[in-house]
Design a protein around this ligand. Structure first.
Ligand SMILES: [Zn+2]
Length: 422
């Protein structure tokens, strides 16, 4: 074919595909360190992950705990040999990542909705549809739901959230705030948050447990925290994690390392190109600063906070920056136990619980540490939703409803616990 024909064709393809990041031939591997030497090796690889182009989906934490990583096709042989020399035999969980992305895409493209009754909770939704859903459900239940803006993102998007209230009691009620989508590619998080918010609204007055907790607490729900990043995963790069601000030659700050509590110490990176970049200063990200200001505006307003992530199936409380236990640990941990018991009872999904630093690894400047340490929200929690690495961030949409059902029971158990144990 003549070059003059090929060039317009390529240009056309560029337009059709919108210059999306492709992951053809990328594989996802799961491996388990069986000794401290192997663990140290993986920790080291993680430090160099940016230059090695290895993307850790699940970081090394302890001996016996699996690690999940994405390896680009051009690096596969080299990394495989390196791992082999260390005694690892990686299990391939995703053979060709682009194929999984394409399959996911084929399910969500025909999925817009005109009316609340057509909103499909078993599908993933782009930001515009999440916002439209909030408008519609607030319009249908005006006595139960109000919408408010938290702040604006780096790229100027509005960060929309909702407040759900039960019947008035004449006295001030403690607040419960939960959010999803702080990390852009963790799509099950906003989807689960949306499902649970809908249940709290629509089952009020029908389901006894829901009615009780909606009457006992004021609920504040932010479905998509990192709006720019989430939008970017839909338009350009499905594997994006951070915000979209620009620092030197790289984009984005890890919004879960940007909080002003033991900021940028162990378990955060000063490298702007790293996926765990803490930012040029604490609260440099308007998204994080906006949520923090909201949580701090009225002292004592909130008793509980959950930041929903994926994946790993963990229910965790402070501290993240140290393995020391905080003074409220016994109550916090009893609360996690109650939540996890209720969650597991629904579909048998197993979760681990404990402090962030002890269950996974030390990280500093994370949301739950700040909400507990600075905003004094006693029941501050970080949750990693499904799964344990088979699909990772590309969790099939048919798991949204089961994830929503079980997590809702965990949430309700937590709400009851905090009402009884202020
Ligand atoms: Zn996350």
């Amino acid at each position: 074919m003549a070059l003059s024909i090929i060039t317009p064709l390529l240009l056309l393809l560029g337009v059709v595909y919108g210059q999306r990041e492709r992951y053809k031939g990328h594989q996802v591997w799961r491996l388990t360190p069986k000794s401290l030497t192997q663990l140290e090796y993986l920790d080291n690889l993680r430090q160099k992950s940016h230059t090695k182009e290895v993307d850790f989906w699940k970081d090394p934490s302890s001996v016996g705990r699996p690690v999940v990583l994405r390896v680009p096709s051009k690096r596969r042989n080299e990394i495989y040999i390196e791992l082999g020399l260390q005694g690892f035999v990686p299990e391939v969980t995703i053979k060709d990542l682009q194929q999984n992305i394409d399959e996911e895409e084929s399910l969500y493209t025909q999925n817009s909705f005109a009316d609340l009754k057509d909103f499909d909770y078993s599908k993933y939704h782009p930001l515009s549809e999440v916002n439209a859903w909030m408008e519609q459900i607030a319009a249908k239940y005006p006595e139960r739901v109000t919408l408010f803006n938290i702040s604006s993102s780096y790229e100027g998007r509005t960060i929309r959230a909702m407040k759900i209230v039960g019947k008035a009691t004449g006295s001030k009620k403690p607040g419960f705030f939960f959010d999803g989508g702080i990390h852009a590619r963790e799509w099950i998080s906003p989807a689960t948050v949306i499902y649970m918010a809908a249940q709290l609204i629509e089952q009020y007055g029908k389901n006894r447990s829901i009615t009780e907790v909606v009457d006992a607490l004021d609920w504040f729900i932010l479905p998509v925290f990192n709006v720019d990043g989430y939008n970017y995963t839909w338009t350009t790069n499905r594997m994006w994690r951070k915000t979209r601000s620009k620092h030197f030659n790289c984009y984005g700050v890890d919004p879960n390392r940007n909080w002003d509590w033991e900021w940028c110490k162990q378990g955060a990176s000063k490298d702007p190109c790293s996926d765990s970049y803490c930012g040029p200063s604490p609260f440099s990200e308007s998204e994080v600063k906006g949520v923090a200001d909201f949580l701090n505006a009225v002292p004592g307003r909130f008793r509980a906070y959950i930041d929903f992530h994926s994946f790993s199936q963990l229910w965790m409380t402070p501290w993240g920056y140290t393995k020391d236990l905080p003074p409220d640990f016994p109550l916090q941990n009893a609360c996690s136990a109650a939540a996890v018991d209720a969650l597991t009872a629904v579909h048998g999904t197993k979760y681990k619980y404990g402090t962030l630093a002890r269950v996974i690894y030390i990280s500093s400047g994370s949301s739950a540490d700040w909400t507990y340490g600075a905003a004094k929200i006693k029941y501050s929690t970080g949750v990693e939703l499904r799964d344990t690495g088979k699909y990772g961030f590309l969790l099939p949409a048919d798991q949204i409803i089961p994830s929503g059902e079980e997590t809702l029971q965990g949430l309700l158990a937590m709400a009851k616990f905090i009402v009884n144990n202020p």
